[in-house]
Design a protein around this ligand. Sequence first.
Ligand SMILES: Nc1ncnc2c1ncn2[C@@H]1O[C@H](COP(=O)(O)OP(=O)(O)OP(=O)(O)O)[C@@H](O)[C@H]1O
Ligand SMILES: [Mg+2]
Length: 327
Amino acid sequence: MKAIETKDLFKRFEDVEAVKGINLEIEEGELFGLLGPNGAGKTTTISMLCTIVKPTSGSASVFGHDVKKESSTVRGMIGIVFQDPSLDDNLTGKENLDFHGRLYKVPRNEIAGRISEVLELVELADKANVIVKKYSGGMKRRLEIARGLLHHPKVLFLDEPTLGLDPQTRRHIWEYIEKLNREKKITMILTTHYMDEADQLCDRIAIIDHGQIVAMDTPENLKHDVGGDVVIMTVPNGSEQLKTKLEQLEFVKSTQLVDGTLRLSVDKGETAIPIFMDVARQEGIAVPSIALHEPTLEDIFIKYTGREIRTQEAASGFAGFHGPGRR
Ligand SMILES: Nc1ncnc2c1ncn2[C@@H]1O[C@H](COP(=O)(O)OP(=O)(O)OP(=O)(O)O)[C@@H](O)[C@H]1O
Ligand SMILES: [Mg+2]
C-alpha cells in the first residue's frame, strides 16, 4: 500500500486555482519533496493531505484512508510541522509538548516518556523547562519537529522546515530530518523552495509550478536529464540571433534565453566556452560574463518552466508570479 496517493487533486479558492490536478504516489519510508516557487501550491497540496483544506475535486489518501471520508483516522496517522510557527511562546518547551499530547490523546502514562524521547531526539532536553519566548529560531523549529513526532505518526509533513534559518541551523535541521527518516522509518513529505534542500534531503522530488507537477524523479535522474555542463552567458537584449547560431553547433544540446542570460547545455563546458566567445565576437555581440557549472535542480526548474526561482521572489511572498516562459 502507498503511504500517500492522490488522483487529480484539485483546489480552487474563489478565483484562484491553487492546485490543478496533482497525481502522486509516495512509498512508505520515502522522503519526498515538493519543490516550487511562492504560490506554486505546495502548502495547499499538503494541507489537503493533512485534512486541513478540503479538495475541490479529485481524491487523496494516507495509507489507504481517504482524507475526506476518514479525516480523523488520517489525522491520527500524521504529524505536521507548519510553515507558520504555531508554538505558544508563553509556555515552556515541555508544556507545549504536553498540550499537544493531550490534544492528540496520547495516553497519560506514556506522555512524560514520549516528551523526553522527542526532546532528546532534537537535542533540546536541557531546554525543556525554558519558556519558548527565549528560544532561538532554530530551537523553535526543532521543538516543532519534536511536537510533530510526539504521537508517533507514520507520516510527517514538513512545510518549509528551514525557512528563514541561517545556513548552519538549516544543516542541523537537515540532519534531524534524515535521522528520523532513516532510523524511525517515518515517511516524510516536505515542501521547500530551496533547491539545495530538496537535492540534499529528498529521495524523490516533484517540481510544482502554477499548481501542476512539471517534473518528478530522483534528484540524480533529474540532473542527469540535463547532463554535461551548463554554460551561462550574460547577453544584451536582442540576442536571439546569437542563440540561433549557437544552437546549430553540434555539441550544443539545448539553449534558453532567460532574463538576459543565454543558457546552454553542453557535454564539455571548458571546450565550448572559447567557441561560444568566438561566435559572439563574429556576431558583434559583447558578452560581459560567462560561467560554467554542473547541472543543478535550478537548471531543471528553468528547463521546465523557462524561468528562475529567485530568492527575492521566494522571500517576498509574492504569489502568482508569471514569468516570461509561462506555458
Ligand atoms: N486560503 C486561501 N484563500 C485564497 N487563496 C489562497 C488560499 N491559500 C492559498 N491561496 C492561493 O493559492 C495559491 C497557492 O498557494 P500556496 O500557499 O499553496 O503556495 P505555496 O507553494 O505554499 O507558496 P509559498 O512558497 O509562498 O509557501 C496562491 O496563489 C495563493 O495565493
Ligand atoms: Mg507554502
